[in-house]
Unconditional design. Sequence first.
Length: 300
Amino acid sequence: MSAAAAGTWKLGDKEVNRIGYGAMRLTGNGMAGNSDGPPIDRDHAVRLLRRAVDRGVNHIDTASFYFSPLRSANELINRALSSGQDDVVVVTKVGPGRDPSGEWHAMARPDRLRGQVEENLRQLGRDHLDVVNLRRNGPDMPSVAEHFGALAELREAGLIRHLGLSNVRPEHVAEARAIAPVVCVQNSYGLDWRRADDSGLVDLCGELGIAFVPFFAVAGLRREAAAGQERDDRVRAVARAHAATPAQVRLAWTLHRGPHVLAIPGTSDPAHLDENIAAAALRLTPEEMELLGAPVADGP
């Protein structure tokens, strides 16, 4: 079992396996800051990250705002990778921010992005960041030019190697590429949420040689919620045919969308981690892809 079974993609200047790992769940809370549950055991989290790397995961997604009262995703990654896995690409994001209590700030001004970049550097224990995604603040941020330009300056200064975008539309990709190269686009996308198909963003990234990195590819509309029972009869049927789990089918469907599509499923459960990585080897037939990709009544 290896993440390499899904093939590779060049993310910036490094080849990465197309099955990666999203670190949000490592802290015991979701993006909304719902950190009322018990903190995840630190040693368990470090072992989980090292287990992922041992199984070929060399692309980890994180952010400085992935934290709960006693845990920080960046600091856990720093500890897990301290033995010198230089081939692991760590991708972080800036733009939003949270204060120590977990409350969200408004979108950072362009001149505040350097502070967020330096915060990620400190937490990760690095002198430069592999990839930094500018996380757009939805409809309140019609243009990314000024913010992306500020990050491009930090790239020129050597603090960042490569730049990407998150939560964007096709026009934002064009806007950013006029300023500096874009190596990845990270948006919510999966069987239950296909706005990136409707907008043409997934295919656009493939045409431009940009990695498309969906988040919530398994959880879909449940977002940060715990995994629930699979409700889609088509997913269950395909899973039975392959002796696979519904989550594996959802990941495989996402990866089959194109060689430029990377997956970053997150979990704090070692068994689920192994299942996610095993999805790299799951091959769906064209008929199964057509079945899963077809719209459903009252569906998204």
